[in-house]
Ligand binder design. Structure first.
Ligand code: GLN
Length: 453
């Protein structure tokens, strides 16, 4: 099969299913031409990259030069990126084909994709249910065979949560492993780009292509060109796994609990030693997470002011307040809520009570998890405590939505790598299991995930 035929078949698949699923915000109309170019290279005996002909979808908060990058917001509905994100540059060098930009919660704030200004994506396993989020379009496009892999971003679970809800693998690397250059920031101190694939091996393959130091992002770390695929079948015999008590308690759905117990039994069967561990600070993690992320978002989203980015209108005829309120009015309701929180919690007179307390929780939680990794190789918990729920079911109750993040935010606040692995299906709805490892143990984590898969 030629690359052109394969890409044409992928586009046909998107045309056939995406009306129902709404994973894509835009489809790359040059993808067939690009496929032809790759076929030409192959025919003439030229070298092609390892991702040749792989249709990959990209969450719409990563810049692809000369393509629209909307963050699923009306604020950026006409924004065309002037440069490539580092992950895009790296994948271009490998001859990947960016098949389209995919849906998300506006500016990556949410966990259902219902906060997209362009309407929600649907869960391919049950189109009445949410696909998770905020990288919902990424998960849907991989799960529904509309591409081979996707890139999303994970600030508090946005790769792992939709991966779990749509039955794909979703990976949040060690903080700094993948460059954020060209990723539109939400909460830059904790977020990472991460791949979605249908197998753990494909995730390892993607990491081989997109990780590493980047002079354009000084938070990146040197992984010395680690090969994440080599030795992926090493197994987990003798490895110690901590079962996080606080992520298995109140509020967990019985189906999710029994799937997790089953996964633990499977790991034990493979020679791992599993034991319960308590991470006391987890109970404050969601509150700390939303305090820190709203604060960073407040500052990161200040640039959408009509002067630098965003809604564009003539400057004349406004005094300061009416100007600002007009410039900011294209933000949707969830982003506006975060802006208000993000203005308040770090402000003079309140910072000690909210923002600084949240930072204390973050550092205590990091201490606790570092202690845990002295004893354990991995930690395990369900990725999400509940099953995918109906579209519209929780949209009016932001606090109950925030609490769904209880099992995912710890890895972000502490910078640890974490993966969601599709484990089982209950009443037609997927359940994912999460494994967490110590910083820079991404390779070991993939080995454990491969064993559990
Ligand atoms: N649900 C979380 C939030 O709204 C996670 C989002 C994310 O990881 N981008 O902040």
């Amino acid at each position: 099969i030629s690359v052109e035929d394969f890409v044409a078949a992928t586009i046909e698949r998107i045309q056939n299913v995406d009306d129902k699923l709404h994973a894509f915000l835009s489809v790359n109309d040059k993808s067939i031409d690009q496929a032809r170019e790759i076929d030409k290279k192959i025919k003439s005996g030229q070298q092609v990259g390892d991702c040749f002909g792989m249709p990959i979808s990209i969450k719409d908060n990563m810049c692809i030069k000369n393509s629209k990058t909307t963050c699923a917001s009306k604020m950026l509905e006409n924004f065309v990126a002037p440069y490539d994100a580092t992950v895009i540059t790296k994948l271009k060098q490998q001859d990947a084909i960016f098949i389209g930009k995919v849906n998300m919660d506006e500016f990556a704030m949410g966990l259902t994709t219902e906060f997209s200004a362009y309407g929600p994506s649907k869960n391919p396993w049950n189109i009445d249910c949410v696909p998770g989020g905020s990288s919902g379009g990424s998960a849907v496009s991989v799960s529904a065979f509309e591409c081979i892999a996707s890139l999303g971003s994970d600030t508090g679970g946005s790769v792992r949560n939709p991966a779990s809800f749509c039955s794909t693998v979703g990976y949040k690397p060690t903080y700094g492993l993948i460059s954020r250059y060209g990723l539109i920031s939400y909460a830059n101190s904790i977020e990472q780009i991460g791949p979605f694939t249908r197998t753990v091996k494909d995730t390892a393959f993607m990491l081989n292509k997109i990780t590493g130091l980047d002079p354009n992002d000084n938070t990146t770390v040197d992984n010395k060109n680690e090969d994440y695929l080599a030795g992926i079948d090493a197994g987990i015999e003798g490895k110690k796994i901590g079962i996080i008590k606080e992520m298995m308690g109140d509020g967990i759905a019985p189906e999710v609990l029994s799937a997790t117990k089953d996964a633990i039994a499977k790991l034990e069967g493979l020679g791992a030693i599993c034991e319960e561990i308590s991470l006391d600070m987890v109970k404050y993690s969601v509150a700390a997470y939303y305090t820190i992320t709203a604060t960073e978002a407040g500052s990161n989203l200040a640039r959408y002011d009509n002067l630098r980015y965003g809604y564009d209108f003539p400057l004349e005829g406004y005094e300061f307040n009416s100007y600002i309120s007009k410039a900011r009015k294209k933000f949707g309701p969830e982003v506006t809520r975060r802006m208000i929180i993000g203005g308040f919690v770090p402000s003079a007179g309140h910072a000690g009570k909210y923002f600084l307390k949240a930072l204390k929780v973050k550092s205590k939680l990091t201490k606790e998890i570092n202690e845990a990794f002295k004893k354990f190789d991995f930690l395990i918990a369900p990725t999400v405590p509940i099953l995918p729920f109906k579209i519209g079911e929780k949209i009016d109750d932001p606090i109950s939505l925030f609490l769904v993040d209880i099992n995912t935010v710890t890895a972000n606040l502490t910078g640890k790598p974490a993966i969601s692995i599709p484990y089982s299906i209950s009443n037609g709805l997927p359940i994912g299991i999460q494994l967490i490892a110590d910083s820079m143990n991404d390779k070991l984590l993939l080995q454990a995930a491969y064993a559990l898969e």
